[in-house]
Design a protein around this ligand. Sequence first.
Ligand SMILES: [Zn+2]
Length: 149
Amino acid sequence: MRIPRAQAIRNLKFTLIRRRDALRSALAKDMDLLQEPRNNGVGNVVDIAIDVTQDDISSQLAEVESRELTNIETALERIRDGNYGNCEQCEEAIPLARLQTLPYVTLCIGCQRRKKRLATQASRLEVRWRRGRTLNISSTSKARLLQRV
Ligand SMILES: [Zn+2]
């Protein structure tokens, strides 16, 4: 049986809220780890090295988690505002299957591909530009291209 779109979005909302809460507590734990006091000067070099690596991992993890948290919060905001599930670019409804796989997407597949293509083109131009090669493209159209990304 197919569930109506509004119902499916409500289900996604609960999934997002659960994920958000899990991330929040994971993030709080990471922060605790980072703030744990170190016994300065008493530990041996190996202890210190392990601490440093652990801090590094914790802060990288915290970064990934907080990025995901931001995405989730944006998605929840869009659900509240009633524009969740519509493409930010062309405003078409994003198919449910896509939302269920990637609950925080804000673009339909077509716009996503276009964006990726433009980003690739722009970064190729960037590379060519940095290498100082002659460009067949004026800097204004490059700027325009970068703006669309
Ligand atoms: Zn679109």
